[in-house]
Design a protein around this ligand. Structure first.
Ligand SMILES: [Zn+2]
Length: 218
């Protein structure tokens, strides 16, 4: 049975014995590395699957690309490269290890394709943003700074709190979508930037009508 991945040991513990697996009390022979932690084959397998699952779950809740997405891309590519190398090593030729290495390769490739399907697009679309709750109704004309399948970043002069509900209305098509504010901060020019995620319009920006991006190797 595969062990559930436990938290990795700290850097100081790991560097004390850099040639040994850094996983808990394993100290097995190092075969791979994940996030700068040396790992044996067994722990490379358990830790990568665990990391891939945790991170992809987390990114599903995110409105658009962030430094976390970038870090995840790097991790996927590192996992895939190492899984490929290990699968060609005859010491890992037993059927079970080989199948698990191939599983990592497959998952990394699927995840990196799904990340590619929902890219952040630097694009300005003219919109109206509205608040329709009684007591604080307002509307302003603005434009998006980033788009993603699940949301957008936009400039908003009105004060809105994280978690607040707004309506986005496309000026070109008149389509409306309800959205929730997921962040609110000021950019370098002192403008308020808010991030929103759609509640009921999964393809508000018509991503599905755009050309699919060719699949590339991980
Ligand atoms: Zn180990």
């Amino acid at each position: 049975m595969a062990m559930r991945a436990q938290p990795l040991t700290t850097n100081s513990e790991a560097s004390a014995d850099a040639h040994r697996c850094s996983f808990a009390s394993c100290h097995g022979e190092v075969a791979a590395e994940l996030g700068a932690k040396p790992l044996c084959v067994e722990h490379f397998l358990t830790v990568s699957i665990d990391e891939l699952e945790t991170r992809s779950r987390k990114l599903k809740d995110q409105a658009f690309e962030s430094s976390e997405t970038t870090a995840f891309r790097d991790l996927l590519s590192s996992c895939a490269q190492q899984a490929h190398r290990l699968s060609e090593d005859e010491r890992n030729a037993d059927t079970r290890t080989k199948a698990r290495l191939l599983d990592i390769l497959l998952r990394a490739s699927q995840l990196s394709q799904s990340l590619r399907r929902s890219p952040r697009v630097e694009s300005a679309v003219s919109i109206y943003v509205r608040r329709e709750e009684s007591g604080r109704m307002w509307e302003e004309e603005t434009w998006t700074s980033t788009l993603s399948r699940h949301g957008a970043g936009l400039i908003c002069r009105h004060l809105v709190e994280k978690g607040g509900l707004v309506i986005l209305c496309r000026k070109d098509k008149g389509e409306r979508a309800r959205a929730r504010v997921v962040y609110c901060h000021y950019d370098e020019q002192g403008r308020r930037q808010i991030g929103v995620e759609f509640l009921d319009r999964p393809d508000f920006w018509d991503f599905a009508k755009q050309q699919p991006v060719n699949a590339e190797p991980v």
